[in-house]
Write a new protein. Sequence first.
Lengths: 450, 447
Amino acid sequence: MFDFPIFAMPLFGHRFIFAFDAIVHVFVSHAAVGGSIVLALAQYFAIKNNDRKFDELTYKILFTLFILATAVGALTGIGIWVHVNIINPAAIGALLRVFFWKWFVEWIVFNVEMILLLMFFLTWKSKPIGTPAKAGHFKLVVGYAVASWLTMAIITAILGFQMTPGNWLASEFPAKPDYLASLMNPSWLPSLGFRTFFAIIWASAGAIALSWFYGGDDLETREKGIRFFSKILYLSIIPMLGFGYWYYLQFPQAAKDLFVLGVITRRLAANPQLAVQVTLGLVTLVVVSSAYLFLRPKKAPMLAALALILGSGALIGEFERVREFVRKPYIIYGYMYANGIRVQDMPLLNKEGYLKQAVFLPPELRQITPENKVKVGEYLYLFECRYCHTVNGINSVKTRVKGWDEPTIYHRIGQLNSPATPYMPPFAGTDEERAALAAYLVTLNADSKN
Amino acid sequence: MQFNFIPNDIPLPIPTGGLEAVDVVLTVLLVVAWLVHILFINVLLGASTGSVYFNKRGARENNPVFDRVAYLLTTPVTVCENMGALWGVAPLLLVSVMFTPLFYAATIMNSPQWLHIIYGNIAAFLLSYLYKYTWHKLEHRKSLHLAIGTAAVALFLTLPLVFMATVQLYLTPTTWTGNTHFWDALFRADTFFRLVHFYLASFAVTGLFMMIYGTAKRKSDDEVTRQAGDVLVNTGKSWFLLPTLLNLFAGPLVLFQFPSYGIENFFNAGWFWLIILGVAAILGAAYLTVKDFFNPELSKGKLWSIVGLAFVTVLSMATLRHGMRLSLTSEAMAQAKTQSDEFVARSKTASDEAKTAPKAVAVATVSAGEAAAGKQGCLACHAVDQKLVGPAYKEVAKRGYTEQQIVDLIYTPKPSNWPDFAVPMPPQTQVPKAEAALIAQWISGLK
């Protein structure tokens, strides 16, 4: 069994701590990749027109991007990996072995990106606009943009692989990965195109808002900035939608069926129309605020700039949530369940039991007895359920089983992957272990009954 | 040697293409990338401390040269924090692939504290940027500025605690229990001595860096910067010497805190020659520094001799460190591999059996309605004659609904009809019309 020591994040749960780091990373990294392209265009424009003020505005935007990208973006990127490493080591262990050399290449490109960014940023002041040195300096940002896009290209391949691994396994036992097939998985290119353009849109939205702030009293510069970045934003919408549709077509049908639930959470499942309403509402917010800023750049209030950031940020958050949600019950589609159990190990675990394979289990709990049944059940909860649930915090299992008696819980555990909860992996283990898990879960609400 | 708690290895091959040469490449990459990472981190810790120290001295003595030294040190801090983090990724990647069971187990035991390397680092980065980019703005509010700088340094200095606890833990699987945690690992003698050795080395390496950096700054067009260069070179000498001498005592303490089987393997494999080489080279570097300690002119030739000798030491230390890693982990890794190979083989047998086993019997005895109820997930919560999450279907049938009413209730449940149940039934919109009709027919037929 590929289990590791147990770390269970109390109250917040694994999903939350991971999502926190990941969503921060998504915001900053897409701003950095899109920003590198947007900044290169802005520099080209400033140099071509020898526009000192626009150049200054570009520097201020770069400064913000530099702080965010290096302090928050790079570290939360490493953070994604560090979080998965403690949350789902079996999954990241598998991904690392399939994608090792691609990751290694990504690291080299990341080096180039970081060095060019450092050089571009730290030498800006010594290469002022209007001097011949500026042209050489401009090449740094072009290189930076190319390198940062390449890092995105490789990471996107890994995300695409998790959803649509394609025919990556040349053999089941012992598993031989087909490294080329894993890279060229069906959703890689469409999702890369989709992400490229939404990153440009997101960075443009950020640059528009920053033009508003840094423009200050200089309304001419503010107008110039807002108009320039708005044009980039508008031009990217059609390609983003095109790639987005192509990307959508790649999802497995079971994943497509979960889209609505992915937007609105299980709690609101009774009102599926909310999914469309929320999305359309956010799109409207983005359209209205960006149009206002574009048409009346000198007049538009700060609220419009904030609404643009908020609306587009929320849409990105929604997309990432849906993408993560619809992959369930898998973490690598068809290969490994969200709780780190490989699909192909299910028959063995159902036959011999989970406990027999578990390494980090106190030896006295390997045999289920009437006395240790509840304790064993708690370990089974930790082994199989803690990946998504907490006991009494977010997605609390205590609330899920409230009001159920032990036979009901036992029955329900046997049906986890049914169409009632298609996003849950099946329970892995013997009948006796299933009963032990039920015995533990029923104790969670024991006190509230009296 | 038998280890009580060793996770299985990941059941996928290490991506060497089966070539032994690639294994060697991975090892060289690990040693080199790790060394580069550590050198950046050494200078990060030393230079950020040095910057705050000279900033404070400059303010107290009203000395613009010290202030300049402090400001000059912020550039290597920016470069080293970024490059240090970046070059930490490669060793992390390599150790994660080459020593997966041990390294992952240790990081998990040390969680959630392990996440400090992300969040503590982000906070330290932001504080160090704040410190650097408010240098002129806070010129007249020095105590605030120093407080920001001190907070950044203090945070940076906490990161090695988490790293070292994890490194020591993964190298020594003999110490694992079912319940080992971060604080157990942190407050161990081996972790303590390694931290002492590491912090001292950070200042020694920064001392060398200051000598190089100061020599470069001596050529500046600016008078104050030139004087700052002198200060850097002189400070560098003592920062290099003192910690280096102390580390001659800390080093053996580090070595002999490892489990005896590791030390035995280490000596038997001949790795100790690298200790001798490293100590000899660093003594040479220290001797050259002492000789010119009071000589304000440190010639280029002498400077690079010192740095070259010290580089021999760090390179041999980085290599022997890998030797110790192998000495400590080879047996545990072999056990992990045996365990997982055996598991995969059993899993294959079970999976083959399941594939060839005859499918569950008696499809004919199940009515079309009951089959649809199973397929659509109804039976996750309902049973025919047992109260589960929802009422038994026989109870539903007793209420005498028409088939159309039951179909409607599938799509729009009315939990108010069943006040005794804790979970309200969600609308089952995924059920196709035709199957809903079959299910309704089946339920109403249950008596």
